[in-house]
Design a protein around this ligand. Structure first.
Ligand code: FE2
Ligand code: FE2
Length: 333
């Protein structure tokens, strides 16, 4: 069967003529009613969709068929989607734009299928919008509860005031730049906002000492990541959040603490918070030294680049070079 000359606008009809119920429409109709699904040509033209997808995007069949798939995607995400290699991913997150311009967060599982020697894309969608709203509300809830802990720490040590929220801001920007998924970005945000919470156990005279610390004083400071994790142990925080608190001083080369983990044994969330933490700590004023600019801070970090995961450090440099941390305020200086 040679179908190479069939025009894409007649493809839906063509497939159902030759495939009957197994044509493109038959294929999407057989998807679970929970999943939206559509078939597009390689040129990105929609040729079939099931009821769940029509409901999701609020288009009638007559309007949807023949539309360019990019017109269904939120404008801010179109360039990313065009760059995506569909043959290599098994799922991705996306914002769809409905006919009434509402944005819907969806999880997409793309598949390729062949009819004759033509290739098509079938995509299944789950509407994540409500789930993400719920996750966002839960995270806000966790954060407001943890603010009490953070404030308790900041009252004791004015030099840590704002450090955790600035670290959170930098860490989230790095995670976004690295293209991590929303769940991971949520963990990075929460973990960064709490990462030094264990410092509540460090004597105030050590925290605020205006000169170099003795080794026994360092030993106290170095306990803060384990203490922080213990503080969170009885909470419902996700394990990845507790691990950020526990592992944010691990170094890529194994020279960090508390375990001396190396490379990929350090979760990416903790590796990101480690870079964001150093960037804010070096750029911020301390009892014993002046503050540095973000450019100076990155240069200092690059001299010990072996301590950081290289792609995380690269993302941080990009943020600094493109001035995306310019609004970062050190209001407590
Ligand atoms: Fe820390
Ligand atoms: Fe810190």
């Amino acid at each position: 069967m040679n179908n190479m000359n069939v025009p894409s606008d007649g493809m839906a009809q063509f497939l159902s003529d030759v495939y009957g119920e197994e044509g493109a429409q038959g294929i999407v109709n057989n998807l679970s009613f929970l999943f939206g699904g559509f078939v597009v040509t390689l040129e990105g033209v929609v040729i079939a969709a099931n009821e769940a997808f029509l409901k999701l995007v609020e288009y009638p069949k007559e309007e949807l068929y023949g539309m360019k798939v990019l017109d269904l995607v939120a404008p801010a995400e179109r360039a990313d989607l065009e760059r995506l290699s569909f043959d290599l991913v098994d799922h991705y997150e996306l914002q769809l734009m409905t006919k009434s311009s509402n944005l819907k967060n969806v999880l997409v599982a793309p598949r390729i299928f062949y009819f004759g020697n033509r290739k098509y894309r079938l995509a299944e969608f789950i509407d994540n919008t409500e789930l993400l709203k719920l996750q966002g509300a839960m995270i806000e809830n966790y954060k407001s509860t943890s603010m009490a802990l953070i404030h308790a720490l900041e009252y004791r040590d004015p030099y840590t005031k704002g450090h955790m929220s600035r670290t959170e801001n930098i860490a989230v920007k790095i995670a976004e730049l690295m293209g991590l998924d929303n769940k991971t970005i949520g963990s990075v945000s929460l973990g960064a906002s709490l990462h030094d919470i264990g410092k509540i156990s460090v004597p105030i005279e050590i925290l605020t000492k205006p000169c170099k610390l003795e080794s026994h004083e360092w030993a106290f400071i170095k306990k803060h990541s384990e203490v922080g994790c213990q503080i969170l142990q009885e909470t419902n925080f996700d394990e990845s959040v507790k691990n950020i608190v526990l592992l944010h001083h691990e170094h890529d080369d194994g020279s960090g603490y508390p375990f001396g983990l190396k490379g990929r044994d350090i979760p990416i969330e903790a590796a990101i918070v480690s870079v964001a933490d150093s960037l804010d700590a070096i750029a911020g004023i301390r009892p014993y030294r002046r503050a540095y600019s973000f450019s100076e801070a990155i240069e200092k970090m690059e001299k010990v680049a072996h301590e950081y995961q290289c792609e995380v450090l690269r993302a941080a440099r990009h943020l600094v070079e493109t001035d995306r941390l310019a609004a970062q305020a050190f209001g407590d200086r």
